[in-house]
Design a protein around this ligand. Structure first.
Ligand SMILES: [Zn+2]
Length: 83
């Protein structure tokens, strides 16, 4: 569950960043978006992703952040089983 939420968050963040990059290269697709708005959207999505990860991707036992390994089975600090 925790891992699925993290994967969904990564996918959503990447999608928004890629969408922003596409719109940046093709301003004719959505003329209403200014470059500042696109940049702001990407910055907000990245900030939201970082905030979500900090909240979600923690050991349920000791609260330590689990780092970059999505397939981690045990907490590195207290060795609690994560799945
Ligand atoms: Zn732990």
């Amino acid at each position: 569950m925790r891992q699925k939420r993290q994967i969904v968050a990564i996918t959503a963040a990447m999608f928004i960043v890629l969408l922003g990059a596409v719109l940046h290269k093709r301003p004719d697709l959505l003329g209403a978006f200014s470059r500042d708005a696109l940049f702001g959207m990407q910055a907000v999505s990245i900030a939201a992703f970082i905030g979500f990860s900090a909240y979600n991707w923690r050991c349920p036992n000791c609260g330590k952040h689990l780092g970059g390994d999505l397939h981690r089975q045990h907490c590195g600090k207290c060795n609690a089983r994560l799945r």
